[in-house]
Design a protein around this ligand. Structure first.
Ligand code: BT5
Length: 253
């Protein structure tokens, strides 16, 4: 097998959108090629997981969605989110930040959220498309009150204001790198490794995971081959495999 061809990026910049993910999913359903990137200066209905909101004030962040058409075993699809997390981590590191990744999709700096990732799929005539939506805060200036305490931004951390265009370009390059690693030989294992060395949450962390009405507490013990989180539970000393949920770090007594 030869090296995979470079991704063909095409970026469309919008002034305002409800959600760049909605636009990218729509374009994917209409047959858009892999590598189509949608960016907006502002989102009026930016979303996170489970119907949560992503605050997207005008010119305050990168609101970015990319269409992928991965030839990947379905069980490894969750690794696309992890590969995107690594790409965001690399992007922020290149700007002088020291980020951490909280399983599964939060990128934090000094314990505050600077980026979130939302992967969604669409069934299209050309097969399953995956849209990876990424929000990265550029400035903290217009944070709504409810996130001001839990969020941070590139400017807030470094004092420098980056341009949306430059940030989008660096991010796209890093996505290409880790997506190609994922699709290559031994890709899933490599992505798990790349993710693990960038996250303090991967092992030895006392956490609580909430998924719907279920709550699991214990110490993290690495990832499964598909990116699921292993937790050694406190009560019965069993190994819980977390496929989805919200992770919260607990203070050790
Ligand atoms: C996420 O969800 O973190 C995924 C966010 C993905 C946003 C991008 S922007 C481009 C693309 N288009 C979209 O419509 N979405 C994607 P989740 O793990 O559910 O976290 C959501 C939570 O993060 C909220 O409930 C808030 O607590 C917090 N939050 C909201 N806006 C934030 C912001 N700008 N910065 C930091 N935290 C925020």
């Amino acid at each position: 097998m030869g090296a995979p061809a470079a991704m063909n990026f095409q970026t469309i910049f919008f002034d305002v959108l409800g959600s760049t993910n909605t636009e990218a999913l729509e374009q994917a359903r209409r047959g858009a090629d892999e590598g189509l990137i949608i960016v907006a200066r502002e989102q009026t209905a930016g979303r996170g997981r489970l119907g949560r909101k992503w605050a997207s004030p005008r010119d305050a962040g990168l609101y970015f969605s990319i269409v992928l058409r991965p030839s990947l075993e379905p069980r490894f699809l969750p690794l696309i989110t992890l590969a995107a997390g690594v790409a965001v981590h690399e992007t922020l590191t290149s700007l002088g930040l020291s980020p951490d990744i909280k399983w599964v999709n939060d990128v934090l700096v000094h314990g505050r959220k600077i980026s979130g990732i939302l992967a969604e799929t669409a069934e299209t005539n050309r097969g399953t498309a995956v849209v990876v939506g990424i929000g990265i805060n550029i400035t903290s200036e217009n944070f709504p009150e409810e996130i001001a305490k839990i969020a941070t931004s590139i400017e807030g951390e470094t004092g420098r204001r980056v341009s949306v265009e430059d940030l989008a370009k660096t991010l796209a390059g890093n996505i290409e790198t880790y997506y190609e690693i994922l699709l290559g030989a031994g890709g899933p294992q490599c992505v798990v490794k790349e993710w693990s060395c960038r996250s303090t949450y991967v092992s030895g962390k006392h956490v609580r995971v909430t998924a719907g009405n279920e709550m699991t507490e214990g110490i993290t013990e690495g990832l499964e081959p598909n990116g699921a989180l292993r937790i050694r539970t406190n009560d019965v000393n069993a190994l819980a495999i977390i496929q989805t949920g919200d992770v919260q770090a607990l203070r050790d007594r």
